[in-house]
Design a protein around this ligand. Sequence first.
Ligand code: ADP
Length: 434
Amino acid sequence: MVRPMYKTKLFRKEQLKFMLLNLVAFSFIFTIFDIIIFHEVQRTLFSKADHELEAFQDMITDQMLPRTEIPLREKGPNRNLSREGRQPNPNPRIIVLKWDEQGTIANENEIGTLLYENYFQTYKLDRKNLDVLTTTTIDDEYHFRTILFHNPTDESAVYTELLINIDAEYTIVDNFAELLWICSILFILLSITASYVLSKKMMKPIIHSWNKQAEFVENASHELRTPLTIVQNKLEALLVEPEEKIMNRFEHIALGLSETRRLSKLTTDLLTLARADSSETELMKQPIRIDDLIEEVCSPFMDIAESQDKSFSLALQSAATIEADEARLHQLLVILLDNALKYTAQQDEIQVKTYKEESKVMIEVSDTGIGIKPENTQHIFDRFYREDKARSRETGGTGLGLSIAQWIVDKHGGTISVSRNKPKGTTFKIKIPT
Ligand code: ADP
């Protein structure tokens, strides 16, 4: 089937939409993931420096030293006893700045002239981050974790600021951020490919069902048009001869009527399938003795077979009760029996069998009729498919019967298959779970 241009365009647009949506979703998830990982790595790396700063802050505030200088390391044999309750050694990584009210460093002698003149001469007091651990950069190059606080035990300064160099950690975080960027770009490139593949996969079933639906509507309109044209022609023919007796135009009327019946059957079948497609039809399941139902449905068909000089036999041995929709099973059997009668000739045989096989009920409807060509068996459940259109029309077929049969079997969780009957004819086998 040639797909019209506008449909291809429409599908492309939808596919692009799916692709963009996928891409946005992927990128969003990855960005969140990036942010969490980055912050976690940064937090872990900075936490050691932060602990050291906090311990130092505790040491110089809690111990209520009479003077607030950094406690001197103990000399002699007791120097390692700090863990046993003695005053801990001051952390050599930490720089202590004391700020006066004007925001100048009051202890420049203590921190050393070299350090002060090289780095802290231009360093400004930042009162905004009081009591908060932050990162600061000195000389645009050196990174420190820092905490500024009020030290009540120190009268020589208003604020005390502790700084600890984190250049090593910062380099790791920097490298990690770079790696994350590279990964993100790679990931976005990969997601573009993945989104394209996914959107193509997503569109496939949509295009398939769209095409099927379009084909169905096209076939349905075609099937409806033929009988309608015939009825219209016959009525017009009657209209041009109003004085003519009905008896003389009997053929026109009979044909018109048979086409109307055909139309009616066609619309009923179309409605059944349309409802099946939209999953509107729910089954009314109840326990059914399958052999009894089949016997009842077959009874009128046996009479018809007899009147057509065909033999009809039953071999019902399933003795099973299944949960099923009686009306739908009835419809299924009528479709198969109708076909069996339609595609057999005088002296042919029709047989209906039931039996159990591995906790499943098997229903077989076989005939010794014209059979189905092996190459066509795969198509006979397709909508509107008929092996011989002219013959099927003559017998009132619409090509929808077996599609409906398959839907009914599917709805009961079963399977339907077709095979060659020996020595000739066709066998339909239905398997329904009990
Ligand atoms: P139809 O209304 O044309 O019978 P179905 O869907 O019931 O439509 O069947 C589809 C086609 O399968 C038929 O046109 C016919 O060619 C083939 N078919 C179905 N049942 C039989 C049968 N018992 N013997 C031979 N051919 C059959």
